[in-house]
Every structure is written in C-alpha cells, then in structure tokens.
Design a protein around this ligand. Structure first.
Ligand code: HEC
Ligand code: HEC
Length: 459
C-alpha cells in the first residue's frame, strides 16, 4: 500500500519516517534506496481493489481459523526470502485479493505489465534459468476447480505448487506444514465472482443478446476442418470452462486450458500475456485453426466471451473500512494462537498485522506532508490510534515469547477494545484528509512523482 510512496516522499524531503524492523520501501527509486529496480510498478496505491469472494462466507458461515491464517500468510512478506522480504513483496502483491495484478511490472523480470519471470535472477538467483520467459500473473479465483497448476499444468497438487513458490521462487525458509495447509485452505476458499449470466451447465441464461446467443452456438460448434474439436471441447462450460489438460494451440508449446470464468478481469491473456483483448484471442484461434470466421462471427464470439467472463462488482473502493475488516480477520488468528501458545503463528500474525497497520498509518499523512492541508488534528489522532495498536501488538509478541500467556491475553483484549471502541471512529474522522480520498491521493502521488523525476534528472 502507500507506506512505500510516503516513505520516499519523506526521504526525498529529508525527513525520517519510522521504520520498525528496518523495512525498506519498495516504491520505485534508485537502486541504492530499495531492493527493487527503478521503474518497478507494484500498483499498491490503487484506490480500487479486486473484490474477493469467499466460499465459506457465501454459504453463510464465517471463514475458518485456517482460512484466516492462510490469508494472513498470503499477505506476509515474512514467509518469503531475503529480497522479497526486504522489498515488502508478498503473495498478495501479485495476486491482489486473490485476483491478478495487471499493472505489476519489474524491469528485466517482466516484458509487459501483468507478467513476471518466476525463473529470473531477482528473488532467487539459484532458480535463474538465464532466459527472460515471463508468465502472466494468474488470478486464483476458483483455483480449486483449475488443477493442474502452473501455466503448463506441471503440478497436480496445489500444496506442492505453493511450497515451490515459497522455497524456490522466493528463496523463503521451509514453511511449516500448518502454514502451508493454511495457504492452501485460503486459496481453496477464493471463489469466482458470481455471474448471473451463467446458468446450469455453464450455459448463458437470463436476458441474452442475439450476438451472445450466436456466439454461444459458435463456441459449441465443431471446427470446420477438425470436427473433433470445438472451443467448448477444451473450455468445457459445465466444468468452469476447463478440461484440466494441456494443449498446443499455436502459442509456442503445451499449456493448460485457462478458465473463461471472470476472465474479463484477467487481462493480459495467454500464458505469456501476449494478448490484450478477446478480439486478439479470437483472431488467433481463427488463424491457427482456420475457422473462416466472418467479422460478425468474431464479434459474436467476443460478446459471448464477455458475458461468460463477467462477474458481479469486480472491484471495490479501498477505504479504511475495507482495510480494517481484513486486519480484523487476520487478528482473529491471535484469538486461537495465544491460548494455544503457538509462538510461530503469533510471531507471523504480529509481524504481518503490524506492517498492515503501518501501511494504513501512512494513508493519513503527517504534518510534514505538504501535499495535504487541513484535518491536521484528525490525521494526528488517526496515526496515534494506529500506532497504539502496533505497540499493543508488540507487547503481545513479547509476552508470548516469554511464555506469559495471561499477559498476552490481556493485551489482546486491549487491542480488540481499541479496535472496536476508538479506531474506526478516529479513522472515519480523518478520512477526508487521507489518501483514501481520491483528490488527496492524486495530489500526493503527483507531488511524489515530481520529487522522483527531479531526483532522476539530477543524477
Ligand atoms: C512476483 C509476483 C508473484 C508473487 C509474489 C507470487 N506469485 Fe503466484 N504466480 C505468479 C506467476 C507469474 C504465476 C504463473 C507461474 C506459472 O504458471 O508457472 C503464478 C502462479 C501461481 C499459482 C498457480 C495458479 C494456477 O492456476 O495454475 C498459484 C497457486 C500461486 N501462484 C500462488 C502463489 C502464492 C501462494 C504466493 C506466495 C507464497 C505467490 N503465488 C506469490 C506471480 C507471483
Ligand atoms: C485445443 C484446446 C482449445 C481449443 C479448441 C480452444 N482453446 Fe481457448 N485456450 C486453450 C489454451 C491451452 C489456452 C492458453 C494458451 C496459452 O496460454 O498460450 C487458451 C486460451 C484462451 C483464452 C484466453 C484466456 C486467458 O485467460 O488467457 C480465451 C479467451 C480462449 N482460449 C477462448 C477460446 C475460444 C473462443 C475458442 C474457440 C474459437 C477456443 N478458446 C478454443 C485451449 C483451447
């Protein structure tokens, strides 16, 4: 989130901002300021975040301990190795709220926004294959229906895949079985966004346009020169539009059939992210399979794909309420881990929630930030309240580390009390002058870009 941006403004202006654990910002600056190269784009200041839908919540329940722990670990750079950890990169940096990050870009690791070379030199030099072969960052919505895993379908087990990401791609320490199970439980709980256009068996339903109806017929129709094949033969409508197989569709190798559900939000398309639109994808299939599609056929297929790939409310505005909800979900983990004296989980939770709270704090610019005027007192109070939460967390951590379970429990109660009684009101009071306000947000980042530009041209 914005800690990085604000951090750099502060540094550029010659101020020092609190940096617990000596964490370094990952916002693009010169190589000597951060572990990530200049012109890196993580898009962490986006005001609209992909909406996340949980299966457990959709069926009327709450998320389990395991799912909350998994979500927490997924947002933690602490489970990854050196470079990722220092830069504050976590699973959720790329898979934002379980969806994809279409703007993500790291020079020499990406060839376009939205893709990333998992066998590149940056995060684990030992895994470097010395070829720039980035893969588009996939959405994990509905991942439980989409085995095998990886663009090439190389792993049947999601658990093996996740372990490999942590240990080999991001040189993290061997995760404990409990944390690994939790991440898998979390990914299994991420649902597709509902799509009212889709009825039983993945057929279009409700008010369908003529173009969509014709598109669906084309999608189901055998290919003229190879009647054994059709779009639907690989993208099976009744099976989340996949067949769990790898195919050569003329894109340079064997790749697994990707889902078409919620795919409107999965740009760029194909394993390497070579296509920006359904138009381009349809033109590719037309050419490779010699389908002889008319202009109208193509348009109809695109209309159909757009209807299938839709989802209800794909983005939601990021505000203090949304951030606090996530932090509160993460915090429930402590309610289980403290009485169980599970120090590994307590340490992970304190570390992760602590950095979320610090990022949230930076959304309420301090007095020294000149791109915001007004609401000084409100901003100050919001920052103070969040700081108090961070200090309370540290007391929980210390008490737990020393085996003082009742002290940790006491501090946890304090934390919960603050979180209910004071924090939401104080944050709401400061919201107009926070970076959650689009006007303030844009002014802040415009000033930031200018500072960066001046620095770069001055070199
Ligand atoms: C720097 C960006 C980045 C980070 C950080 C990242 N991923 Fe990924 N993820 C990718 C890319 C790129 C792929 C595609 C790789 C492939 O197919 O081989 C991918 C693929 C996946 C897949 C396979 C999905 C499918 O349908 O095949 C899963 C599961 C996954 N990541 C989980 C995670 C988890 C868990 C973490 C954290 C431990 C994580 N990722 C961190 C970029 C990232
Ligand atoms: C032989 C199996 C097969 C057939 C037939 C097929 N596809 Fe695909 N489709 C794939 C595979 C495999 C990919 C991924 C290619 C890659 O990653 O390079 C893909 C990718 C796509 C994508 C991009 C999705 C994304 O998220 O990247 C769309 C859209 C799509 N296909 C639509 C269609 C349409 C429309 C047809 C019929 C004209 C069709 N497909 C026919 C297997 C198939």
């Amino acid at each position: 989130m914005t800690v990085r941006g604000s951090w750099i403004v502060a540094v550029a202006l010659g101020f020092l901002v609190m940096g617990f654990h000596g964490r370094v910002g990952a916002f693009p600056v010169d190589g000597d300021q951060t572990t990530l190269p200049a012109t890196t784009e993580l898009n962490e200041d986006a005001l609209d975040k992909p909406r996340e839908v949980f299966r457990s919540e959709a069926v009327g329940g709450g998320k389990s301990y395991l799912v909350n722990l998994g979500n927490l670990a997924f947002s933690s750079s602490g489970i990854l190795g050196g470079v990722a950890r220092q830069a504050g990169v976590s699973c959720s940096t790329c898979h934002v709220n379980g969806a994809s990050n279409a703007k993500f870009f790291i020079p020499k690791m990406s060839t376009r926004p939205g893709n990333f070379d998992t066998t590149g030199p940056l995060f684990n030099p030992k895994a470097d294959n010395f070829v720039l072969d980035p893969i588009r960052i996939p959405s994990l919505r509905g991942a439980r229906y989409l085995a095998p895993y990886g663009h090439d379908g190389r792993m049947a087990s999601l658990r093996d895949f996740v372990r490999n990401v942590i240990v080999n791609e991001f040189s993290g320490p061997e995760p404990s079985p409990g944390v690994l199970d939790a991440i898998v439980a979390y990914i299994h709980d991420i649902d597709f966004l509902p799509n009212p256009n889709l009825g039983p068996g993945g057929r279009l339903t409700g008010q369908i346009s003529d173009a969509e109806r014709r598109g669906e017929a084309l999608f189901l129709k055998p290919f003229p020169h190879d009647p054994a094949q059709s779009c639907a033969g690989c993208h099976v409508p009744s099976a989340a539009f996949v067949d769990h197989q790898q195919h050569d569709v003329g894109s340079g190798g064997l790749f697994k059939t990707p889902t078409l559900r919620n795919a409107d939000f999965n740009v760029p398309y194909f394993h390497d992210g070579r296509f920006d639109s359904y138009d381009q994808v349809v033109a590719h299939f037309d050419r490779v399979f010699d389908l002889g599609l008319s202009t109208q056929d193509r348009r109809d297929l695109v209309a159909y794909l757009t209807a299938v790939g839709d989802g209800v409310q794909p983005y939601e505005h990021d505000g203090a309420g949304a951030v606090l909800k996530e932090i509160n979900d993460f915090t429930t983990v402590l309610g289980t881990a403290i009485p169980a004296n599970d120090r590994e989980v307590i340490a992970l939770a304190v570390d992760t929630i602590g950095s979320e709270l610090r990022e949230l704090t930076e959304r309420y610019p301090d007095r020294k930030n000149t791109s915001v005027s007004g609401g000084q007192q409100e901003r100050g109070l919001a920052r103070l309240a969040l700081k108090e939460l961070v200090l309370t967390l540290r007391r929980i951590d210390m008490a737990a580390a020393e085996g003082r379970v009742s002290d940790a429990t006491f501090e946890y109660k304090n934390y919960r009390y603050l979180m209910v009684a004071a924090v939401p009101t104080l944050l709401a009071g400061a919201e107009p002058w926070s970076l959650f306000n689009p006007t303030v947000h844009d002014a802040h980042y415009a000033a930031l870009r200018q500072v960066l530009q001046t620095r770069h041209t001055a070199r």
